[in-house]
Design a protein around this ligand. Structure first.
Ligand SMILES: [Zn+2]
Length: 105
């Protein structure tokens, strides 16, 4: 599955519809395209949405500058929580995906 922004897709369909509608003359095929765009907009409106949260990308930041953690520790770049010396693929606090940060989003 590839989640997409349904509102952007609908805007693209409406732009296509409006571009054709502004033409001085319309062919039979162009009228079919307008009808298809309207039908697809209705289908998008009728399609149920999924529970979805945007993926937050983060990175583990190693630091030794902590009064209690003499060996140093890793902290999440997004929420700042420290996890000690063992890291995870996701931050256990905020859920950030640890793949290098925003530049990898
Ligand atoms: Zn976090």
């Amino acid at each position: 599955m590839r989640p997409i922004d349904a509102d952007v897709l609908k805007e693209l369909l409406i732009e296509t519809l409006e571009r054709i509608a502004k033409m001085p003359t319309m062919s039979h095929e162009e009228m079919h395209v307008i009808a298809a765009c309207r039908m697809h907009c209705e289908m998008i409106d009728d399609t149920p949405t999924l529970d979805y949260a945007p993926v937050v990308h983060g990175a583990w930041m190693f630091t030794v500058d902590h009064p209690r953690e003499r060996l140093g520790f890793f902290a999440c770049s997004e929420c700042g929580i420290g996890v000690g010396l063992k890291t995870f693929n996701f931050c256990p606090n905020c859920g950030a995906k640890m793949d290098g940060g925003k530049e990898h989003g």
